[in-house]
Design a protein around this ligand. Structure first.
Ligand SMILES: Nc1nc2c(c(=O)[nH]1)N[C@H]1C(S)=C(S)[C@@H](COP(=O)(O)O)O[C@H]1N2
Ligand SMILES: [Mo]
Length: 182
Protein backbone atom coordinates (compact mmCIF):
# COMPACT_ATOMS: atom_id res chain seq x y z
CA UNK A 1 0.00 0.00 0.00
CA UNK A 2 1.41 3.41 -0.94
CA UNK A 3 1.79 5.91 1.92
CA UNK A 4 -1.34 7.76 3.05
CA UNK A 5 -3.79 5.40 1.29
CA UNK A 6 -6.72 3.42 2.74
CA UNK A 7 -8.04 0.18 1.21
CA UNK A 8 -11.53 -0.08 -0.28
CA UNK A 9 -13.11 -3.28 -1.61
CA UNK A 10 -15.80 -1.75 -3.82
CA UNK A 11 -14.55 0.50 -6.60
CA UNK A 12 -15.86 4.02 -5.88
CA UNK A 13 -17.20 6.14 -8.74
CA UNK A 14 -15.42 9.44 -9.18
CA UNK A 15 -15.51 11.89 -12.09
CA UNK A 16 -16.57 15.32 -13.27
CA UNK A 17 -19.72 15.83 -15.32
CA UNK A 18 -22.20 13.29 -16.66
CA UNK A 19 -21.72 9.68 -17.73
CA UNK A 20 -21.77 9.81 -21.57
CA UNK A 21 -24.05 7.56 -23.61
CA UNK A 22 -22.41 4.95 -25.82
CA UNK A 23 -23.63 4.69 -29.40
CA UNK A 24 -21.79 1.83 -31.14
CA UNK A 25 -22.81 3.21 -34.56
CA UNK A 26 -21.03 6.52 -34.11
CA UNK A 27 -18.40 5.69 -31.48
CA UNK A 28 -14.81 5.81 -32.73
CA UNK A 29 -11.42 5.61 -31.08
CA UNK A 30 -9.17 8.09 -32.89
CA UNK A 31 -5.40 7.67 -32.77
CA UNK A 32 -3.56 10.67 -34.13
CA UNK A 33 -0.67 13.12 -33.81
CA UNK A 34 2.93 11.99 -34.24
CA UNK A 35 2.11 8.76 -36.12
CA UNK A 36 2.50 7.72 -39.74
CA UNK A 37 -1.22 7.83 -40.52
CA UNK A 38 -4.22 8.66 -38.30
CA UNK A 39 -6.27 5.61 -37.28
CA UNK A 40 -9.99 5.37 -36.56
CA UNK A 41 -11.41 2.27 -34.92
CA UNK A 42 -14.99 1.23 -34.36
CA UNK A 43 -15.68 -0.60 -31.12
CA UNK A 44 -15.90 -3.90 -33.04
CA UNK A 45 -12.52 -3.26 -34.64
CA UNK A 46 -11.08 -2.56 -31.21
CA UNK A 47 -12.47 -5.86 -29.89
CA UNK A 48 -10.75 -7.69 -32.76
CA UNK A 49 -7.28 -6.50 -31.68
CA UNK A 50 -5.06 -8.63 -29.42
CA UNK A 51 -6.39 -8.37 -25.89
CA UNK A 52 -4.72 -8.77 -22.53
CA UNK A 53 -5.84 -9.43 -18.97
CA UNK A 54 -3.94 -7.18 -16.61
CA UNK A 55 -4.26 -7.38 -12.82
CA UNK A 56 -3.29 -4.24 -10.94
CA UNK A 57 -4.00 -1.94 -8.00
CA UNK A 58 -5.73 1.41 -8.33
CA UNK A 59 -4.86 4.44 -6.19
CA UNK A 60 -6.98 7.60 -6.12
CA UNK A 61 -5.28 10.77 -4.93
CA UNK A 62 -8.20 11.35 -2.51
CA UNK A 63 -6.62 8.37 -0.66
CA UNK A 64 -8.59 5.23 -1.47
CA UNK A 65 -6.94 2.22 -3.08
CA UNK A 66 -8.49 -0.91 -4.58
CA UNK A 67 -6.33 -3.99 -5.05
CA UNK A 68 -6.28 -6.73 -7.69
CA UNK A 69 -8.49 -5.19 -10.35
CA UNK A 70 -8.71 -7.51 -13.35
CA UNK A 71 -8.76 -5.22 -16.36
CA UNK A 72 -9.15 -6.58 -19.90
CA UNK A 73 -8.39 -4.66 -23.03
CA UNK A 74 -5.69 -3.38 -25.35
CA UNK A 75 -2.25 -2.78 -23.84
CA UNK A 76 -0.91 0.67 -24.69
CA UNK A 77 2.24 -1.12 -25.80
CA UNK A 78 0.23 -3.02 -28.42
CA UNK A 79 -1.56 0.13 -29.53
CA UNK A 80 1.81 1.85 -29.94
CA UNK A 81 2.97 -0.96 -32.18
CA UNK A 82 -0.14 -0.69 -34.34
CA UNK A 83 0.13 3.12 -34.53
CA UNK A 84 3.66 3.34 -36.07
CA UNK A 85 4.95 6.35 -34.16
CA UNK A 86 7.07 9.03 -35.75
CA UNK A 87 10.44 9.72 -34.09
CA UNK A 88 9.03 12.96 -32.64
CA UNK A 89 6.50 11.16 -30.43
CA UNK A 90 7.56 11.69 -26.81
CA UNK A 91 4.23 12.04 -24.95
CA UNK A 92 0.73 10.71 -25.30
CA UNK A 93 -2.45 12.56 -24.42
CA UNK A 94 -5.78 10.82 -23.74
CA UNK A 95 -8.89 12.84 -24.49
CA UNK A 96 -12.20 11.73 -23.02
CA UNK A 97 -15.74 12.48 -23.98
CA UNK A 98 -16.85 15.57 -22.06
CA UNK A 99 -13.49 17.35 -22.14
CA UNK A 100 -11.50 15.51 -19.46
CA UNK A 101 -7.93 14.73 -20.52
CA UNK A 102 -4.61 13.55 -19.14
CA UNK A 103 -1.17 12.68 -20.47
CA UNK A 104 1.83 10.41 -19.99
CA UNK A 105 5.44 10.41 -21.18
CA UNK A 106 5.83 7.74 -23.85
CA UNK A 107 8.11 5.59 -21.67
CA UNK A 108 5.44 5.46 -18.94
CA UNK A 109 2.75 4.60 -21.50
CA UNK A 110 4.85 1.59 -22.51
CA UNK A 111 5.14 0.22 -18.97
CA UNK A 112 3.51 -3.03 -17.85
CA UNK A 113 -0.21 -2.91 -17.11
CA UNK A 114 -0.98 0.38 -18.87
CA UNK A 115 -4.14 -0.62 -20.68
CA UNK A 116 -7.18 0.70 -22.53
CA UNK A 117 -9.81 -1.46 -20.86
CA UNK A 118 -13.41 -2.39 -21.59
CA UNK A 119 -13.81 -5.11 -18.95
CA UNK A 120 -13.25 -5.25 -15.19
CA UNK A 121 -13.40 -8.35 -12.97
CA UNK A 122 -14.97 -10.53 -15.64
CA UNK A 123 -17.73 -8.16 -16.79
CA UNK A 124 -18.08 -5.32 -19.27
CA UNK A 125 -17.23 -1.98 -17.66
CA UNK A 126 -20.06 -0.23 -15.93
CA UNK A 127 -20.96 3.03 -17.76
CA UNK A 128 -19.92 4.99 -14.68
CA UNK A 129 -16.50 3.30 -14.69
CA UNK A 130 -15.79 4.33 -18.28
CA UNK A 131 -17.71 2.08 -20.67
CA UNK A 132 -16.90 1.43 -23.41
CA UNK A 133 -13.22 2.34 -23.00
CA UNK A 134 -11.05 3.70 -20.23
CA UNK A 135 -7.39 4.08 -19.59
CA UNK A 136 -5.77 2.37 -16.58
CA UNK A 137 -2.35 3.51 -15.36
CA UNK A 138 -1.81 1.53 -12.14
CA UNK A 139 1.52 3.11 -11.20
CA UNK A 140 0.04 6.64 -11.17
CA UNK A 141 -2.75 8.26 -9.17
CA UNK A 142 -6.06 7.44 -10.80
CA UNK A 143 -6.66 10.88 -12.29
CA UNK A 144 -4.32 9.58 -15.01
CA UNK A 145 -6.79 6.73 -15.67
CA UNK A 146 -9.18 8.64 -17.95
CA UNK A 147 -12.63 7.15 -18.47
CA UNK A 148 -14.56 7.34 -21.81
CA UNK A 149 -11.39 7.77 -23.88
CA UNK A 150 -12.09 8.82 -27.48
CA UNK A 151 -8.75 10.21 -28.71
CA UNK A 152 -5.19 8.97 -28.18
CA UNK A 153 -2.85 11.70 -29.39
CA UNK A 154 0.92 11.26 -29.66
CA UNK A 155 2.80 14.50 -29.06
CA UNK A 156 6.31 15.91 -29.31
CA UNK A 157 5.76 18.01 -26.17
CA UNK A 158 3.48 17.48 -23.18
CA UNK A 159 -0.07 18.79 -22.80
CA UNK A 160 -0.72 18.49 -19.04
CA UNK A 161 -4.16 17.12 -18.16
CA UNK A 162 -7.21 18.59 -16.48
CA UNK A 163 -6.07 18.03 -12.89
CA UNK A 164 -2.40 18.48 -13.74
CA UNK A 165 -3.26 22.04 -14.90
CA UNK A 166 -5.01 22.60 -11.57
CA UNK A 167 -2.20 21.90 -9.15
CA UNK A 168 -2.00 18.10 -9.16
CA UNK A 169 1.32 16.45 -9.88
CA UNK A 170 2.02 15.58 -13.51
CA UNK A 171 4.24 12.70 -12.34
CA UNK A 172 1.55 11.46 -9.90
CA UNK A 173 3.57 8.63 -8.33
CA UNK A 174 1.62 7.20 -5.35
CA UNK A 175 4.75 5.63 -3.84
CA UNK A 176 6.34 9.09 -3.63
CA UNK A 177 3.03 10.70 -2.59
CA UNK A 178 3.18 13.13 -5.49
CA UNK A 179 -0.27 14.62 -5.00
CA UNK A 180 -0.41 18.40 -5.17
CA UNK A 181 2.58 20.31 -6.52
CA UNK A 182 4.09 22.33 -3.67
N1 LIG B 1 -13.30 11.20 -18.09
C1 LIG B 1 -12.92 11.21 -16.80
N2 LIG B 1 -12.09 10.26 -16.37
C2 LIG B 1 -11.69 10.23 -15.09
C3 LIG B 1 -12.11 11.22 -14.16
C4 LIG B 1 -12.97 12.24 -14.65
O1 LIG B 1 -13.38 13.15 -13.92
N3 LIG B 1 -13.38 12.18 -15.97
N4 LIG B 1 -11.67 11.17 -12.87
C5 LIG B 1 -10.46 10.39 -12.57
C6 LIG B 1 -10.28 10.10 -11.15
S1 LIG B 1 -9.76 11.38 -10.17
C7 LIG B 1 -10.42 8.85 -10.61
S2 LIG B 1 -10.10 8.51 -8.99
C8 LIG B 1 -10.86 7.72 -11.45
C9 LIG B 1 -11.99 6.99 -10.80
O2 LIG B 1 -12.38 5.88 -11.55
P1 LIG B 1 -13.64 5.05 -11.12
O3 LIG B 1 -14.80 6.03 -11.04
O4 LIG B 1 -13.83 4.01 -12.15
O5 LIG B 1 -13.34 4.47 -9.76
O6 LIG B 1 -11.27 8.15 -12.75
C10 LIG B 1 -10.42 9.07 -13.34
N5 LIG B 1 -10.84 9.24 -14.70
MO1 LIG C 1 -9.11 10.38 -8.17
Amino acid sequence: MPPGQVQTTKLPILHLGDVPKFNPKTWRLRIKGEIEKPIELTFDQLLALPRTLSVSDFHCVTSWSRFDNKWEGLLLRDLIEIAHLLPGAKFVSFEAEGGYHTSLPLDVAKEDNVILAWRLDGADLDPAHGWPLRLVVPKKYAYKSAKWVRVVRFLDSDTPGYWEQRGYSNNADPWKEERLVK
